[in-house]
Ligand binder design. Sequence first.
Ligand code: HEM
Ligand code: MG
Length: 227
Amino acid sequence: MAPDTNDLRGPCPGLNTLANHGFLPRDGKGLNVSIILDASLKGYNLQSEVIIVPAKLGLLTTNNPSSFTLDDIKLHGTIEHDASLSREDLALGDNVHFNETIFSTLANSNPGSDFYDVASAGKVQQLRLEDSETRNPFNNTNTEKEIGIRSGESALYLSVMGDPVTGKAPKEFVQIFFREERLPIAEGWHRPETPISLATRNPLVQSITEASNWTSSGGCPVIILDP
Ligand code: HEM
Ligand code: MG
């Protein structure tokens, strides 16, 4: 179900989708670590070992001591970063809502194939970073922290929409996931049979980072600790 006017959504297509399907509270509020771990397992067969750290970081994005909302997690510099796949840099505008112009780099990647893979995902990250550096030269942050999160997110869209072992995901599924924030069940998607674990995710992250030809723009990694 699409969100109601009072429902909160945020910069994460993975969590927005879980809320749109009722695995997370549809209002996007009252989230905590166990609620996120439970929904990730039910919706995506995603093991808690993969998602517990971002789930904990979610609590830093609010002054509420025990819960956060899907909107809170937009706090720039905790998890949210520049050069996103489907959202604008904060300094250039809206870092929360889906942006088709930004997403076109990913949408049009890997021409001639029906799949995205670690090579295309790495190339997309490279292009998104170049665009961010060109248009947002004074506010772009790009350290080891950001590449770790960005490659982790790319590994997640390949894993939840495709095969967590090979890292190949049908383009149609990935595009529906980002554009509509729904599970493409009607199109033939099903929850991955292979549990998404650190053992499946870490090799994908490594291959994606290698394929992205990444270098740091300098500066120390910083985690913003509160709003
Ligand atoms: C971004 C997937 C869980 C917080 C993203 C992106 C993907 C993704 C693919 C990149 C979006 C883009 O670059 O445009 C997932 C999946 C999850 C999940 C499949 C499984 C449940 C989480 C958790 C948190 C979180 C547990 C924290 C509570 C974020 C935030 C962003 C994000 C703040 C924005 C980063 C940015 O692009 O600037 N997620 N995620 N995600 N995710 Fe998640
Ligand atoms: Mg961002």
